[in-house]
Design a protein around this ligand. Sequence first.
Ligand code: 5GP
Length: 192
Amino acid sequence: MTGGMQNAKGGIFVVSAPSGTGKTTLCRNVINEVDRLSYSVSHTTRAARAAETDGADYFFISKKEFEDKITENYWAEWARVHDNYYGTSKAFLTEKINSGQSILLDIDVQGAKQIKTAFPEAVTIFVMPPSFEELENRLRKRGTDSEDVIEKRLENAGREMDQKGWYDFIVINDDFGQARRKMIDIINGHTR
Ligand code: 5GP
């Protein structure tokens, strides 16, 4: 094997899940636990939520800027999700992994497929709720969405779950501690 640890490239880990599966909490927890693993900061055209910071949670840009960057071939992957654009900068991703950082991308199914095509060594993980009924319960319990939005999210979730078959790993978020352990093991098993 050529090159030492210093030249080792970081790994790319792609995590997708329907909303309401607890993916965000799971990912944050795992990132805190694994050395030299950090979030890929995506770009989006949606408005920032109250607790979000530009450059940390997302890079918030206009629709025009986003579309110009499509033409410029700026994106490693991009998708339209719930009427907004979301994308990962090619430069952001390659700079991180070339410097030995591993990156976790929290992106939708369309984006995950593009990353797997461009970077076949990427490891893809799909997080599942224990059941569809449980997902419905969780979305209703949040109490943040109208019935219309809940219906739309559930429909979307069903469509996303139909795609889980081509992911490298499936993690069921039934018991949080176990799901967390499984994700950490997958990531540690694929990094040096
Ligand atoms: P939210 O608006 O709730 O932050 O994210 C909505 C959805 O967009 C989530 O499913 C999330 O995984 C997805 N998403 C966030 N960033 C990206 C990205 O850069 N690319 C793609 N394809 N999806 C993303």
